[in-house]
Design a protein around this ligand. Structure first.
Ligand code: G6P
Length: 614
């Protein structure tokens, strides 16, 4: 986590960096800091605990001039979030400052060696150790050419995206990365460095994605130079950004989360664009076409992901097993990599990630790759680490997701995974042509159906008002809607801090039923389908214990309406596609509850959007 920015050029660095830090705040907001060198060669460093606005309030009466600078927004790992532990961190002499995203795992032993060589430390952070080490090495290696930095990085175990600024050289920034993301924007006589492209897009569309163990030497008025930490020169490969500025602004909505919920008719359509032609019975997934054989021969699919992406993986499990008839295992990336999983070379591993940067998912991919499995990435952020580490894959094309609680990324993931499963099933011949076509047509209609659900916003807001003070909540679903129950509960706890659990409806009687009383709202998906009657029985079990039922039902439903306290009707769709439509009410509900409780919806406490630490 943590967001980093750097600027060198003709503009004042501070405004560019502050704007950039606001855009990167989704990566962490425990503290923020900046460092600039002014025209008199003075290094000014300001850091403040709390959000970027705290820093701004403090810095407005300080000297913030200078055309070179670095900035940071922190998600604390080592050392509590306070002013001192905030980045940038100083070297021993105070001449070098550095910002860092990642974790230096061997910082303790490095620190010990540095203390023996006379270094003293001001903070408890791992970052400070690295900048001291760089200064130590600077005695014998050049800073300007990046060699002092690359020599230090050879001693480091862990993950980093760093930018170093040297007070004695106001024309150079040295950046490097391993494990954590970093993008360099190339403008006219100016350069931007950031954790992702959002701070860069309004200035230039030309970017360079730094690869692991690469060091960039960014000098005023010169071309960016790249070296590996083993000192091999690397040619510069400039990409053109596809992102538009509007995509990362709120566009009139009060919060990014609400904007992103409302974007779903479009984002789901975008995730299918050029890939689905129901009339011709065609699915085209260019990214995996060369690996279709692997899917066809796979005896097993393993899905690895974290958080909401893991829930999308659970939906995919149902679809792949039902239609492609391939056994699927869905694993938390963090668990998968820390046991000794059995992975066969003919396994297909699907890694799902919105950010494409989640450290545990990346590490799990490397593990599966080392055992010879084929890795298929399903990611949203183009050019991020997971797609680059995968053999093949499909982007979800949901557009930038900025609210920390994932919404449109989930529906786009489920859409792409559904297309993938149907594509494989059709290629394998495990789905009847008529059923295949029926599902393709139905998938095409999903954006309109989501649009219909969004029209229920006022009703959902009223329901939110009734249950906003609940202390606990239970979410139930069965079959395809069980993952939606998990996702609904996650959304509520993430942003409103109400304890919530998602459960398979039938499992309720093996434990959670003991919690039910008149205080307990139970959010159930009871749409028409295979398990409908069974879910209706589960609802009755709750009602018999005076629990409150808030049910998502198929339009026109009568049975549940008669017994539930509130119903939210959604358009009828195929059972396999119900997750795409039924998740919307739970997204809106948690959004409204969180707003009513005065919570920071887009930046919930302790969370970060991109979890680049293990
Ligand atoms: C964090 C985010 C979640 C996200 C999870 C996995 O916890 O707050 O919204 O689902 O990471 O992230 P990924 O980018 O891999 O989907």
């Amino acid at each position: 986590m943590c967001g980093i920015v750097g600027y060198i050029g003709n503009k004042q660095a501070y405004p560019v960096m502050i704007k950039g830090l606001h855009r990167l705040e989704y990566r962490g907001y425990d503290s923020a800091g900046v460092a600039m060198i002014n025209d008199d060669g003075e290094l000014n460093v300001y850091k403040k605990k709390g959000k970027v606005t705290e820093l701004e309030n403090f810095a407005k009466v300080q000297d913030i001039s200078g055309t070179i600078g670095i900035g940071h927004t922190r998600w604390a790992t080592h050392g509590e979030p306070n002013d001192v532990n905030s980045h940038p961190h100083y070297s021993q002499s105070g001449d070098l400052v550095m910002i860092h995203n990642g974790i230096i795992e061997n910082y303790a032993s490095l620190k010990e060696g540095l203390i023996k060589r006379g270094h003293t430390f001001r903070t408890q952070t791992d970052t400070e150790v690295l900048i001291h080490l760089i200064e130590d090495i600077k005695k014998s290696e050049s800073m300007k050419t990046g060699h002092a930095v690359l020599a230090a990085l050879n001693k480091v175990i862990g993950a980093y995206a760093i930018v170093v600024l040297d007070k004695n050289d106001p024309n150079t920034l040295i950046a490097a990365k391993k494990g954590s993301p970093m993008v360099i924007g190339i403008g006219d006589d100016e350069f931007f460095i950031a954790s992702d492209a959002s701070p860069i897009v309004e200035y230039t569309k030309n970017v360079v994605y730094l690869e692991d163990e690469q060091v960039a030497i960014v000098r005023r008025g010169e071309e960016v130079k790249l070296r590996t930490i083993k000192d091999k020169e690397i040619p510069l490969y400039v990409h053109e950004l596809e992102m538009e500025l509007e995509a990362i602004e709120k566009g009139g909505y009060e919060h990014f989360m609400l904007k992103e919920i409302y974007e779903q008719p479009r984002s789901v359509k975008d995730s299918m664009r050029g890939r689905l032609n129901a009339a011709e019975g065609k699915v085209q997934l260019g990214g995996i076409v060369d690996h279709l054989g692997k899917f066809k021969n796979a005896k097993r699919i393993m899905i690895i992901a974290c958080g909401t992406s893991w829930h999308a993986g659970l939906v995919a499990e149902y679809i792949f097993e039902e239609y492609a008839r391939i056994p699927v295992e869905v694993e938390y990336a963090s668990e998968f990599r820390y046991r000794n999983p059995i992975i066969y070379p003919d396994d297909v591993v699907i890694a799902i990630s919105q950010s494409g940067e989640t450290a545990d998912t990346l590490a799990a991919i490397e593990l599966a790759k080392s055992k010879g499995a084929t890795i298929i990435g399903v990611c949203n952020v183009v050019g991020s680490s997971i797609p680059r580490a995968s053999h093949a894959g499909s982007y979800t094309h949901a557009g930038p997701e900025i609210g920390v609680a994932s919404t449109k990324a989930f529906t786009a993931q489920v859409t792409v995974l559904t297309l993938m499963a149907l594509h494989v099933a059709h290629a394998k011949g495990t789905i009847a042509e008529s059923r295949y076509r029926q599902l393709l047509y139905e998938l095409e209609s999903i954006p309109n159906k989501i649009e219909e659900v969004l029209k229920q916003n006022d009703l959902i807001k009223e329901i939110a008002n009734i249950y906003k003070d609940a202390r606990n909540a239970l979410y139930l679903g069965r079959g395809y809607t069980f993952p939606v129950a998990l996702e609904g509960a996650l959304k509520l706890k993430e942003i409103s801090y109400i304890h919530a659990e998602g459960y398979p409806a039938a499992e309720m009687k093996h434990g959670p039923i003991a919690l039910i009383d008149e205080e307990m709202p139970v959010f159930v998906i009871a749409t028409k389908g295979l398990n409908y009657e069974k879910v209706v029985s589960n609802i009755q079990e709750v009602k018999a214990r005076k629990g409150k039922i808030i049910a998502v039902v198929t339009h026109g439903d009568k049975d549940v309406k008669g017994m539930a306290d509130h119903v939210i009707e959604i358009p009828e769709t195929d059972e396999s596609l119900v997750p795409l439509v039924s998740v919307i009410p739970w997204q809106l509900l948690s959004y409204h509850i969180a707003v009513m409780r005065g919570c920071n919806v887009d930046q919930p406490r302790n969370l970060a959007k991109s979890v680049t630490v293990e």
